[in-house]
Design a protein around this ligand. Structure first.
Ligand SMILES: Cc1ncc(C[n+]2csc(CCOP(=O)(O)OP(=O)(O)O)c2C)c(N)n1
Length: 311
């Protein structure tokens, strides 16, 4: 599998950026309720990582994971309708923003519980190994999730049984509003992951090509029976943790500005040149039209409320 082109990566990242811009407007106008966790500045990680996966490979992501869902190939209309709680959404409008789910694309869910998707992917990878179906599982989580107990149980199990898993940690330097050194006894995440007996690699998370390259290697290793890999993608969230957080009470303006200048979309646009603007405009238009369609979609029928409820 060849790496996607620079134009293709930019299109993917610009779509995520446009989606987040539209969601911000919807949230500010009250048409989208609840908290909204954005990933501006982190767009290269989902774009690079998902390009190395097959549609049937498993994926779990976080409350900030809509970019992974799109990059995995799930429908933009379905994602938007789900976020807006519409019947045409990926989960028929019952999951909302934090619970995007689409088995047809291997998506085992985004999740509001920190680290919760990690165990799900390890379970799915165990079935992949037992069924010898060649699938791998990728789970993405933040640097803060590393301190969750079951994340360690899951990493240990994946290493012990040599399961085809990619543990992709987006290290954006803060767990919500807490810097790493205030929450981690050992801030060396590679050391912690490799202690379980798996390869652990750090990558520039603001470069989709580099992310693609390391994830592809990990995917190939997993598919060939070589077990799991831990990848630490260094990146930065240039906006607040959620819509009510300006992100400036625990970070300096200089730090934020420095990362804005180093943002993946800026970097790749500079590399592509004048055509970049056209790609970004097209993405804006595509997403805007999808928002209009989603807003015009029907609400779920109350009579279906108990459908799909198993416990
Ligand atoms: C089990 C659990 N504990 C606490 C929270 C509240 N919470 C939401 S996001 C977050 C920080 C997570 O940090 P990190 O994993 O680094 O991801 P980031 O949001 O920085 O991308 C916390 C503590 C939660 N959602 N789930």
């Amino acid at each position: 599998m060849e790496s996607p082109s620079a134009e293709s990566f930019l299109r993917q990242m610009a779509t995520l950026q446009a989606l987040e811009r539209e969601l911000t407007t919807l949230s500010q106008s009250g048409r989208l309720r609840g908290s909204l966790h954005l990933a501006q500045g982190q767009e290269a990680v989902p774009a690079g990582a998902c390009a190395a996966l097959q549609p049937s490979d498993y994926l779990t992501a976080t409350y900030r994971g809509h970019g992974y869902v799109l990059a995995k190939g799930c429908s933009l209309d379905g994602v938007l309708a789900e976020i807006l709680g519409k019947a045409t959404g990926l989960a028929c409008g019952k999951g909302g923003k934090m619970h995007l789910f689409d088995l047809s694309h291997g998506l085992l869910g985004t999740n509001g519980i920190v680290g919760a998707g990690v165990g799900s992917v390890v379970g799915a990878a165990l079935t992949a190994k037992m069924d010898r179906n060649g699938r791998v599982g990728l789970t993405v989580f933040g640097d803060g999730a590393i301190n969750q107990g079951h994340v360690h149980e899951a990493m240990n199990m994946a290493a012990l049984y040599q399961l085809p898993v990619i543990f992709l940690c987006e290290n954006n330097l803060y767990a919500e509003m807490t810097p790493l050194h205030r929450s981690h006894g050992n801030v060396n995440l590679l050391e912690r992951a490799s202690s379980y007996g798996m390869d652990a690699i750090q990558v520039d998370g603001n470069d989709p090509f580099k992310v693609y390259e390391v994830v592809k290697k990990a995917v190939d290793l997993g598919r060939s029976g070589g077990g799991p890999t831990f990848i630490e993608a260094l990146t930065y969230r240039t906006v607040g943790h959620y819509q009510a957080d300006a992100g400036t009470s625990y970070r300096t303006l200089e730090e934020i500005e420095e990362w804005r200048q180093n943002s993946p979309i800026k970097r790749l646009s500079a590399r592509i040149g004048p055509d970049a603007e056209k790609i970004i405009d097209e993405a804006d238009e595509l997403v805007h039209e999808a928002v209009e369609r989603a807003l015009g979609s029907p609400d779920p029928d109350p009579a279906t409320a108990l459908q799909g409820v198993f416990a």
